[in-house]
Design a protein around this ligand. Sequence first.
Ligand SMILES: CC(C)(COP(=O)(O)OP(=O)(O)OC[C@H]1O[C@@H](n2cnc3c(N)ncnc32)[C@H](O)[C@@H]1OP(=O)(O)O)[C@@H](O)C(=O)NCCC(=O)NCCS
Length: 179
Amino acid sequence: MGDIHHIRPATPGDAAAIRSVARASWHAAYDDFLGRETVDAVTDDWYAVDRLRDSIEAAESHLFVCDLADADWGSDRSVNDVAGFVHVSPWAGESGVGHLKRLYVHPDHWGQGLGTALLERGERALEQAGYDRIRLEVFAENGDGVGFYEARGYGGVDEECETLGGETRHLLILEMGLE
Ligand SMILES: CC(C)(COP(=O)(O)OP(=O)(O)OC[C@H]1O[C@@H](n2cnc3c(N)ncnc32)[C@H](O)[C@@H]1OP(=O)(O)O)[C@@H](O)C(=O)NCCC(=O)NCCS
């Protein structure tokens, strides 16, 4: 196995692998409160390969993957080499605020430091782009996820609701200042 913290910018060819990591991670983390069917429906929509490719190519957003393969990024890689990803973009409607849109690690690799490394890469990308703050939304029922962010300096600023699978879900909005 190569360097487990090898993080690189995503390419359009990573879209299918990102989708597959997202689906596995959503099922492992969210089935208990969203239910399997809702997780399947939402990930089909939000992680459609074409939409992911558009996000990867969009100038204002940055996606990074943690790639477990040994470093020869020019060669063909198995989709299973991608163990996690982070996606950051501007927070719509508020200048100076970056949006941590997505942070997912495949459940086979939870607890190995990949999530922290990906989070720091996303924070750095926003810092380098000149943002002062980073903000994210997390399901209120995702206690482990909320704890992960709180342990890394994030604090609650607001709450909002979103309808998923016909039910209202509560989201916490957390944020942190960037250096
Ligand atoms: C949250 C997440 C990205 C963390 O990734 P990770 O690679 O396990 O993170 P790390 O190994 O760097 O750190 C693990 C930390 O998260 C905590 N943690 C949260 N959920 C965990 C889980 N299911 N298994 C192991 N550790 C978990 C651990 O307590 C640990 O905290 P500590 O380092 O402060 O002691 C990952 O668990 C994940 O993809 N979860 C599902 C999706 C999610 O909640 N995303 C964030 C909200 S959008």
